[in-house]
Ligand binder design. Structure first.
Ligand SMILES: Cc1cc2nc3c(=O)[nH]c(=O)nc-3n(C[C@H](O)[C@H](O)[C@H](O)COP(=O)(O)OP(=O)(O)OC[C@H]3O[C@@H](n4cnc5c(N)ncnc54)[C@H](O)[C@@H]3O)c2cc1C
Length: 308
């Protein structure tokens, strides 16, 4: 294992270390340093900050999506209260006239407490976003939840046309899932997949087979005319996909803070682009995972933490 791979593994372990997270939160100096690193990737702690960030993104001619961070909520009451945070976010987005959708993890709004609670809360949010004319994008979680998420999405598609879902090129099952999703309304977002999965069901990170699967699935989506989001920061892949053109119903999407220059390039080439803004107090895991994806970002973190 290379030193970079070891660093990535250590970061993923730190991301899951609740004790460390609490110690940093309790120490004002460490908290300040950690937040300076996080700010590159996180739109803010509050919805108001994320909305300001989305407005700035819109002013640059780009669409935005906002995700209130949180997953695996195991309490029914809290899951329903968290749903109301999204509802309020949708209302504020509409009031400000933003070109912005909502992104969410279904496990944040109750799907792992009970699938019907998850569906009920997702339906509430779908009703609110439909009447505000906003898109609602469902994220994809670990492979033990893929069926649950696709089941919920399919139920929502029986009533709504504006609810999209994310699929992970990493999983071997995705070709089959994509074939079914192309018959449903709603944008399909294609990502490589950020969860650690066994090689029996998934291509490993960085493997040429993952790249090949991503390219083939993205080409299928771009050629289909179905609304889709090609969500990757892989510059080589983007170069090749750009050559394929697109249906006009496609967009390129990237996470805040990862490669604004690349996103601007795709926009300059005539594609619609979207930037993904996360907000909330649950930023520790998210930020550690972003840095672990490319341990060279540790150097950036050092610069960010020590900049005045
Ligand atoms: C809008 C959006 C929504 C997302 N939603 C989800 C979701 O719902 N579920 C989910 O699982 N994931 C999601 N992700 C995350 C996604 O799955 C990937 O983990 C993340 O985007 C990194 O993969 P990448 O395609 O950007 O390319 P990468 O593979 O990270 O490539 C980006 C750059 O890093 C370089 N690189 C590749 N491998 C390595 C390595 N080992 N070390 C160092 N550098 C390397 C590449 O050469 C390339 O230049 C989302 C991503 C985006 C952009």
């Amino acid at each position: 294992m290379t030193v970079m791979e070891q660093a990535a593994q250590s970061l993923r372990a730190l991301a899951l270390d609740e004790g460390l997270k609490d110690r940093i939160a309790a120490d004002p100096t460490l908290r300040g340093l950690a937040w300076r690193v996080a700010e590159r990737y996180v739109g803010g702690r509050t919805a108001a900050e994320a909305l300001d960030r989305a407005a700035l993104i819109n002013a640059q001619g780009q669409a935005a999506t906002i995700d209130y961070m949180g997953e695996s909520c195991r309490d029914a009451e809290r899951a329903t209260a968290e749903t109301e945070v999204f509802v309020d976010l949708s209302r504020q987005m509409a009031e400000r006239g933003l070109d912005c959708s909502i992104s969410l993890d279904l496990s944040h709004i109750g799907s792992v407490v009970d699938r019907d609670l998850g569906l009920a809360n997702a339906t509430r949010l779908a009703e609110v976003t439909a009447s505000a004319g906003q898109e609602m994008m469902i994220s994809m979680e670990g492979s033990d939840r893929t069926d649950l998420i696709l089941w919920t999405h399919e139920r929502l598609c029986e009533r709504f046309e504006h609810v999209g879902v994310t699929v992970q090129a990493r999983l071997h099952r995705t070709d089959g899932d994509l074939a079914r999703l192309l018959d449903l309304p709603g944008r399909i977002r294609l990502v490589k997949g950020s969860y650690l999965e066994p090689e029996s069901i998934a291509h490993p990170r960085g493997h040429r087979k993952l790249r090949a699967a991503y390219f083939a699935q993205a080409a299928l989506l771009l050629g289909s005319g179905h609304p889709c989001s090609i969500a990757t920061h892989d510059a080589d892949l983007l170069e090749e996909l750009h050559e394929l053109g697109g249906s006009g119903r496609h967009e390129y999407e990237m996470l805040l803070g990862l490669d604004a220059g690349l996103l601007a390039t795709m926009r300059a080439r005539g594609h619609r682009v979207r930037e993904y803004v996360v907000f909330g107090e649950e930023w520790w895991l998210y930020v550690c995972n972003r840095i672990a994806e490319d341990p060279a970002r540790l150097f950036q973190a050092l610069v960010d933490a020590t900049s005045p």
